[in-house]
Design a binder for this molecule. Structure first.
Ligand code: ZN
Length: 60
């Protein structure tokens, strides 16, 4: 099942990369809630951005 992240700011269930706002920085990427711009943990953003056919931990 998809591991959705619940936003700390607005309580939205963020389960897809298009519900996030991504910003590129000099050190990498930062992720924010697409609704209220509360910061989202980097691991969550990366996981959702790599979301493919249900494999939960493909970066190990
Ligand atoms: Zn939010």
């Amino acid at each position: 099942m998809p591991a959705a992240y619940t936003c700390d700011g607005c309580g939205a269930s963020l389960g897809a990369v298009d519900e996030l706002h991504r910003e590129s920085t000099t050190t990498g990427r930062s992720w924010y809630c697409g609704y209220c711009r509360t910061s989202v943990p980097n691991a969550v953003g990366e996981r959702l951005s790599h979301h493919r056919d249900g494999s939960p931990t493909d970066r190990r």
